[in-house]
Design a binder for this molecule. Structure first.
Ligand SMILES: NC(=O)C1=CN([C@@H]2O[C@H](COP(=O)(O)OP(=O)(O)OC[C@H]3O[C@@H](n4cnc5c(N)ncnc54)[C@H](O)[C@@H]3O)[C@@H](O)[C@H]2O)C=CC1
Ligand SMILES: O=C(O)CCC(=O)C(=O)O
Length: 415
């Protein structure tokens, strides 16, 4: 199933519950604007490299549109549209004053030199600078992009429009970034995992966790959960699955990643090393945290998933049919639009700080993050109980309801 078809399926389930008519559904689902651009750079060897870039602005009923930039070979218009719609519901679930957008370039950033990556980012800004801005659409990091890409983006955008660091979030801390943004998505995933365990009566010390993806989100989630006494039995990245049924030595794992020139777990040999895809179907996992690509839990592997709880750190990691099967089996799934909302929440804090020319401490960022996520979690849990629906449908119900309400209050043409 294509990505936008999947997220639309979830949308319609909640829209049925909200009794939204077909015309309004169409207005809420269809993106406001979709842009596809050519991004051409001169490669280090003097040849030309041509790539395709996208920005999809989905909805602005609740505020300026917000969402990350993904650099990955599989980026295309359909995926970007789907991710942009997720941002609309996610910012609403977290009750942030934003709409939703997403962008990216179809490129493998690992195949580019730092110079080429910088030129690519700047060339992309040259194409889209007039449709983004601190009050219209504010990008941020996602898969394959980091604080450096954000810094180049801001610098190039300011060449056209003048000083305004709030045009993008996830910047380096020295360059108007927020302390705590880098860890925020993973920390939020960890915080919400604990809340889910509390509700289900699961004790951290007796709970085995496996995490797919050991980049920004996966590594911070693993660190937080390890420090909270969970046993991390498996981790994976593009180089393989690293497995110890007794619990990985997380100090050694993190040290290895930090000191590996390519930032992967390649060469870590203090545990069993298995093929990449084995992580998802390992036996005796209590909590599975997909923190890499979309669509990884699907018809081909859902029967072999042993986890009782799945926390969607990645965006759209479960295909709808597999999601239905998991629900039928009683697996608790904390959906992406709640589970990974910590990132955009601290992006919001960064934007607020930029606009006020003021800096928060790490303690304040963490406290307010915890507060925002706790509220959203309690609200989603409560809707799930009262309507007798899955946590995913409850989260969509809450998010779509808020967007609908804002559109109605402003007059329907504001969607
Ligand atoms: N960075 C952020 O603040 C946010 C990220 N997300 C989502 O979290 C997910 C991960 O994003 P980041 O950590 O930022 O990306 P990243 O680029 O920092 O890390 C991605 C990780 O996934 C691994 N990976 C790629 N393909 C894999 C495969 N087939 N099997 C196992 N591992 C694989 C990579 O080796 C890397 O360790 C994405 O779905 C993203 O949309 C969601 C909210 C915010
Ligand atoms: O930090 C942000 O603004 C957006 C992060 C993002 O792209 C996401 O939550 O999927």
């Amino acid at each position: 199933m294509k990505a936008f078809e999947s997220t639309s399926k979830y949308f319609h389930r909640a829209a049925d519950l909200l009794e939204i008519d077909d015309h309004m559904r169409q207005a809420l689902l269809m993106p406001r604007r979709e842009i596809q651009v050519q991004v051409t750079i001169e490669r280090d060897d003097g040849s030309l490299g041509t790539f395709v870039g996208f920005r999809v602005q989905h909805n602005k009923s609740r505020g300026p549109m917000k969402g990350g930039l993904r650099f990955h070979p599989e980026v295309d218009l359909d995926e970007t549209r789907s991710l942009a719609s997720l941002m609309t519901w996610k910012t609403a679930v977290a009750n942030l004053p934003y709409g939703g957008a997403k962008g990216g370039i179809g490129v493998d950033p690992k195949q580019l030199s730092t110079r080429e990556l910088e030129h690519l980012t700047r060339a992309f800004v040259d194409q889209i600078h007039d449709i983004v801005g601190p009050d219209t659409d504010i990008p941020a990091p996602d898969m394959g992009t980091d604080h450096l890409v954000m810094s180049w983006f801001r610098n190039q955008w300011e060449k056209y429009h003048g000083f305004h660091p709030a045009v993008i979030t996830g910047k380096p801390v020295e360059e108007y970034g927020a302390v705590g943004r880098e860890e925020a998505t993973g920390r939020g995933v960890g915080t919400l995992t604990i809340k889910t365990c509390n509700r289900l009566g699961m004790k951290p010390a007796d709970t085995k966790v496996a995490i797919q993806g050991f980049g920004n989100v996966g590594s911070h989630a693993a660190k937080f959960l390890h420090e909270s006494m969970f046993t991390i039995i498996a981790l994976s990245d593009m180089t393989g699955t690293y497995y110890d049924p007794e619990g990985l030595d997380m100090g050694a794992v993190l040290h290895h990643k930090l000191n590996n020139p390519d930032g992967t777990l390649h060469g870590f040999n203090r545990c069993e090393v298995l093929p990449v895809d084995d992580l998802l179907t390992l036996p005796e996992i209590d909590i599975l945290i997909p923190a890499a690509l979309g669509g990884v839990i699907n018809a081909s592997n859902v029967d072999h998933i042993s986890a009782k709880v799945i926390i969607e750190a990645a965006n759209e990691p479960i295909e709808p049919d597999a999601d239905d099967q998991l629900n039928e089996r009683g697996v608790t799934v904390l959906p992406d639009i709640l589970a990974n909302a910590g990132g955009v929440t601290v992006s919001y804090f960064e934007w607020v700080q930029n606009r006020q020319h003021y800096r928060w401490t790490l303690d304040r960022v963490r406290q307010e993050l915890d507060h925002t996520l706790s509220n959203s979690f309690e609200q989603v849990w409560q809707v799930a109980q009262s309507k007798n629906v899955s946590l995913r449908t409850a989260a969509y119900y809450l998010g779509i309801g808020r967007v609908l309400n804002a559109s109605k209050l402003a007059g329907m043409t504001s969607v």
